[in-house]
Design a protein. Structure first.
Length: 183
């Protein structure tokens, strides 16, 4: 995989999804192997100056600690399930957090959005899971659900939230993602 990423660097905008999963992996030896593999991808992202799309299921604190310890620069913590307080050192490091449509039914995600600055939030669908209705297949069209929830929680207009998450995506991925309107 590392060779593939190096060979295709010019066609890539990020590396991922990589990270730690302490929900699935319970064994300490397997967790250590996961950590070693994740560390290699962090180093690769620094070497190639590519952002990391990071998975941290039930492993928010050790994931953020390792990212900071190894000096990761451009990071997206995808569907972060940790506490908002755990996320704050990542915010200080300039990392981003993507919010799925399941925010409408997740007090944890709602608290995260309340506590984190708009400048570090992105949106995601994580289709086919993490939709607004448990057990129903999530679709990319539900991104608007996440946008509306973020705007409501932040007490801002949807257009302001849309503009902010687009600017955040452009900064993280170094892209021009303007999708109409005046962005």
């Amino acid at each position: 995989m590392v060779d593939f990423i190096r060979q295709n660097r010019s066609r890539l905008v990020a590396i991922g999804e990589v990270g730690l999963d302490h929900w699935k992996v319970q064994d300490s030896e397997e967790r250590e192997l996961q950590r070693e593999i994740f560390a290699r991808f962090i180093s690769l992202s620094l070497e190639l100056d590519l952002p990391l799309n990071v998975h941290s299921r039930s492993a928010g604190e050790p994931t953020i600690r390792l990212l900071l310890e190894l000096g990761a620069k451009r990071v997206l913590l995808h569907a972060f399930d940790g506490r908002a307080a755990t996320a704050l050192p990542a915010v200080e490091a300039g990392y981003y957090f993507s919010i799925p449509p399941s925010i409408v039914r997740s007090p944890q995600k709602q608290k995260l959005v309340r506590r984190l600055p708009l400048q570090c939030l992105l949106l995601e669908t994580d289709s086919p899971v993490l939709g607004p209705i448990p057990g129903e297949r999530n679709e990319p069209a539900n991104l608007i659900v996440a946008l509306k929830a973020v705007a409501e929680i932040k007490g801002i207009a949807e257009e302001e939230a849309r503009r902010a998450v687009l600017e955040n995506a452009e900064r993280l991925f170094r892209l021009n993602v303007a999708l109409g309107g005046d962005t």
